[in-house]
Design a binder for this molecule. Structure first.
Ligand code: 3SL
Length: 238
């Protein structure tokens, strides 16, 4: 098991990628939003590199969602707040989504055995699959524009702590578990210090932090294939 603290470090970890299960982590908010949308009945989420690319899906009946710098891009019906992805809006729908960091990392990880979107909302479902599957695991933190961030590392620690029995010689994983141990009693309070949490104060989206910290509230397995995320069917094995 290994932890990649930033996309800028990803190229150092690509050996044997095809043998690994990769969990892409963007707690605030892309991977939390993806879990919410699929849990609320979205059929699939097509990730795109740019907002312009996402808009091409509109003619096929997709909802189009784009976030840059924490804000909904003009002309899109959805941004990246999990609170906007209600079942009334997304049930039975395809969504085309692009975000600043999260969807970029999901696309970077292509070539892995499985690529999942991970969040506190689906942490135990993910841990169960990873333990059962037994393949080597990479925890890939999206960070913020190639920088380290607190929330993704904290989640990497929470997930790694559940993956008992996996061999790890990775200092980043040890550091993440240590951070989780420190914060586990009140993770939401701990994350109040994070730079992205502060950004949300300015954007008046602070309640998203509470939603993104709700453990196991969307217990789906969002699996990425050819740029598209769908729920892995229950009972799927390696
Ligand atoms: O960068 C991303 O992918 C987003 O999750 C950032 S934000 O939470 O929408 O600001």
């Amino acid at each position: 098991m290994e932890t990649v603290m930033s996309p800028a470090l990803f190229h150092l970890h690509t050996a044997d990628l095809h043998r690994k299960n990769v969990v892409v982590i963007d707690i605030l908010r892309a991977t939390s939003t993806i879990c919410t949308a699929l849990h609320n009945g979205a059929v699939e989420i097509a990730t795109t590199a740019t907002p312009a690319e996402a808009l091409h899906f509109r003619s096929q009946g997709y909802l189009c969602a784009a976030e840059r710098d924490g804000q909904t891009v003009e002309g899109f019906e959805l941004g990246n707040s999990p609170q906007d992805y209600t079942s009334e809006k997304v049930k039975g729908k395809g969504i085309a989504l692009t975000t600043t960091n999260g969807t970029r990392c999901l696309r970077m990880a292509r070539g892995a055995a499985h690529v999942f979107a991970g969040s506190f909302l689906n942490i135990d479902a993910l841990a169960n699959f990873l333990v059962h599957d037994g393949r080597d695991v990479m925890l890939f933190c999206a960070g913020w524009k190639d920088r380290f961030n607190l929330e993704d590392t904290l989640f990497a620690g929470a997930l790694a702590a559940r993956l008992t029995g996996f061999e790890s010689h990775c200092d980043a994983t040890l550091a993440a578990i240590t951070l989780w141990d420190k914060a586990a009693a009140n993770p939401e309070n701990f994350l109040g210090q994070a730079s992205h949490a502060k950004r949300f104060q300015t954007l008046h989206r602070e309640s998203d932090i509470t939603v993104c910290m709700r453990m196991n509230s969307a217990p789906v397995l969002p699996l990425m294939k050819e740029g598209v995320l769908r729920c892995m069917p229950a009972g799927t094995t390696a």
